[in-house]
Write a protein that binds this ligand. Sequence first.
Ligand code: 5AD
Ligand code: SF4
Length: 351
Amino acid sequence: MSDPVAESLSSVLLRALDGSPLTREEIVPLLALPEGEAREALFSAADAVRRQEVGDEIYLRGIIEFSNVCARDCLYCGLRGSNLRLQRYRIAESEIIETARLIRNAGVGTVVLQSGEDPFFATDRICRLIAGIRAETGLTVTLSVGERSPADYRAFREAGAERYLLKHETSSPALYRRLRPGSVLNDRLHCLSALGELGYEVGTGNMVGLPGQTLETLADDLLLMQEMNADMLGIGPFIPHPETPLAQTPAGDLYLTLKVLAVARLLTRTTHIPATTALGTIAPQGRLLALKAGANVVMPDFTPPIYRQHYEIYPGRSKTVNVSDFLRHLQDDIGRIGRTIGHGKGGRKRK
Ligand code: 5AD
Ligand code: SF4
């Protein structure tokens, strides 16, 4: 006997494989898929599109978390200004550049400079850092330093930054306002369009499992990612931090996060999608499962360990092994799934 629900799902998947747009009403049932054949079919479809559109190479981006000082107070984040228990740090410019050299020497072509929204790192300081890294290492520079003015974004671009990560976090304006006191989603979206206009490759993305989020909100996140035509998409589970107001909220679900990631691959085709650290934190196989469900990027953390332990956005991150062990394990893992490490800048190939 035929099952009409299964039939309609497989017709949605077939259309998604071809690159047809999906509606919110078609996305929600994909996100609701329970364990079983249909869910595996979703992951295989995303894996097939990943192979066809961006190939078998996995691109590495080396992260340096250069300051954990943050002026904001996001309810979900351990770096929020109100968390007085966190030991704060700023890495000296010379040490950041030294770390960038390690990234280049490891054969990684891109550095991601990430921090909280730290006013100490004013425009000229960041510009100097970008120019220093460019001159000393030739690495492609990606910034992830939050909301700044269009003039700042222009200055960073002129100093040599080529990519910028700014996750929209959630597409629900009400949820955004509640979780990020004093900020509104529209400002974030304006930042993202300013970055695009300045010629940056732009990364956005969301968290899965935020309190109050529904499958419909997640479908809207996915449609927003598609509409923004971003180049990179970071999708990770929310993980509660004990020193935040969301300490009692359960973590985002591994498989729901993977389904969001898989649908993102189906909808956005040629984007770069990392297997996020947060996925690797909630499940030992999280990263590998993501690489088999649409992801094609891994971001090894090169922050010197004495600082890294304090970049506690959520708990469990500091347990990560040192970066050379991490890279060795990664090499083994990706060999086992028939993939290779990508070389070169790994920029987005738009169609
Ligand atoms: N769990 C998972 N991800 C988080 N982020 C911030 N707090 C958490 C948390 N508790 C993510 C946000 C932000 C990035 C720096 O880290 O998506 O963009
Ligand atoms: Fe600061 Fe970013 Fe954490 Fe918000 S999510 S508190 S802006 S580091």
